[in-house]
Design a protein around this ligand. Structure first.
Ligand code: NAD
Ligand code: IPM
Ligand code: MN
Length: 370
């Protein structure tokens, strides 16, 4: 039986609450006997800053490099609003993504049947929704240099962020999107702003070329990113796979989250390139949401995005597709039985806390696998 090394980084705020729940799910799959999981837990974000003065320590980075997958909660919060920029909690996440070269971020927005009324959109617009946002994660304005605030001679300040993409960075994320589209409905929408950004022009050209030369059977559509945001709330089911840069992907995935009922529902997988020899890829799994300071410590956060992120780990890092399907089914089934955390609560359903939701998913796993 294969043993996988997991590094658990709960982070801050609700990160610790949702990690406690996914841990019980990891243990459940460990006991099932299809693979074994060796988990180590460490600090990241504000918690690491408080302990070491850095958002992530070198020792933790080493553990991340050596792990088969990092399971990440969430970082940040008002407590660290005034810490120096380079050591702010969010820097932990960015360093993990960059150093592990996790360039491909898969953010599926699936509206579970039971949640069609929890969305802010009308039921008929979101029922059956299944979109996959493929976000480029290690380039663009997040990492381009220069990135600075300089004081000018006249005393004014000037802030600079640099949006930067190379051909190969766009090619590799485009291939990920096209490959995934082939396993779905063979449609890709590429979102950029070629009307105002040079990086948008290049993005458009490169995605078009990769599509034409390597994926002639996949239908490719180009959409301006602002229009894409509008279309997502107008008629979201027109999309299957959406590929976009780092910043647009961040924003579009939060928009897509609300189509499914809540930001607390959206999982994600951040993947590197497969190793040339072993075929294994570095990976990190994290919910799309943040540390939710407004509800942290109350025991009411939704653990589903975190637990569904582990389902993505089963699928994409460990090749345990049946187990991944089982976990997804358990989540869907608990929702069908009417259990809801506050963020997805609608009249007539049963409101539960983080722990109850985690426990219900475990119980459902027992039932479905009996
Ligand atoms: P957020 O995602 O933390 O919260 C936005 C809203 O969604 C809040 O009202 C929150 O209560 C709600 N929400 C989010 N997740 C939820 C869940 N699981 N269950 C129920 N409700 C949930 O975004 P924010 O408030 O803009 O950011 C707070 C902090 O989190 C910031 O420091 C930000 O930088 C950080 N952040 C971290 C990550 C990450 O670690 N991956 C992602 C996004 C934001
Ligand atoms: C996300 C978050 C991060 C991002 C922040 C916390 C750095 O918003 O994962 O969506 O902007 O990528
Ligand atoms: Mn975000």
């Amino acid at each position: 039986m294969t043993t996988y090394k997991l590094l658990l980084l709960p982070g801050d705020g609700i990160g610790t609450e949702i990690m406690a729940e996914v841990k019980t799910v990891i243990d459940w799959f460990g006991k099932r006997g299809v693979a074994s999981f060796e988990s180590e837990q460490d600090l990241a974000g504000g918690a690491a800053y408080d302990a070491h003065g850095k958002a992530i320590s070198e020792a933790t980075m080493k553990l991340a490099q050596e792990s088969d997958a990092v399971i990440f909660g969430a970082v940040g919060g008002p407590k660290w609003d005034s810490v120096p920029y380079d050591v702010r909690p969010e820097a932990a996440l960015l360093r993990l993504r960059k150093d592990l070269e996790l360039f491909a971020n898969l953010r599926p927005a699936i509206c579970y049947p039971a949640l069609a009324d929890a969305s802010s959109l009308k039921r008929e617009l979101v029922e059956g929704l299944d979109i996959l946002i493929v976000r480029e994660l290690t380039g663009g304005v997040y990492f381009g240099s220069p990135k600075e605030i300089v004081t000018l001679e006249n005393g004014q300040k000037r802030a600079v962020d640099t949006q930067l993409y190379t051909t190969s960075e766009i090619e590799r994320i485009a291939r990920v999107a096209f490959d995934l589209a082939k396993t779905r409905s063979s449609r890709v929408a590429s979102a950029e702003k070629r009307n105002v950004m040079k990086s948008g022009v290049l993005w458009n050209q490169v995605v078009t070329k990769v599509g034409k030369e390597e994926y002639p059977d996949v239908a490719l559509e180009h959409v301006l990113a602002d229009n894409c945001a509008m279309q997502l709330v107008r008629r979201p089911k027109q999309y299957d796979v959406i590929v976009c840069d780092n910043l647009f992907g961040d924003i579009l995935s939060d928009v897509a989250a609300m189509l499914t009922g809540s930001l607390g529902m959206l999982p994600s997988a951040a993947l590197g390139a497969p190793d040339a020899v072993t075929g294994r890829r570095k990976s990190m799994y994290e919910p799309v949401h943040g540390s939710a300071p407004d509800i942290a410590g109350k025991g009411i956060s939704n653990p589903i995005a975190m637990i569904a992120s582990f389902a993505m780990a089963l699928r994409y890092s460990f090749g345990l597709v049946e187990e991944a399907d089982l976990l997804d089914r358990a989540i869907s089934s608990v929702l069908s039985k009417g259990l809801r955390t506050g963020d997805i609560y609608t009249e007539g359903t049963q409101k539960v806390g983080t722990k109850e939701m985690g426990a219900a998913i475990l119980k459902e796993l027992d039932l479905l696998s009996a």
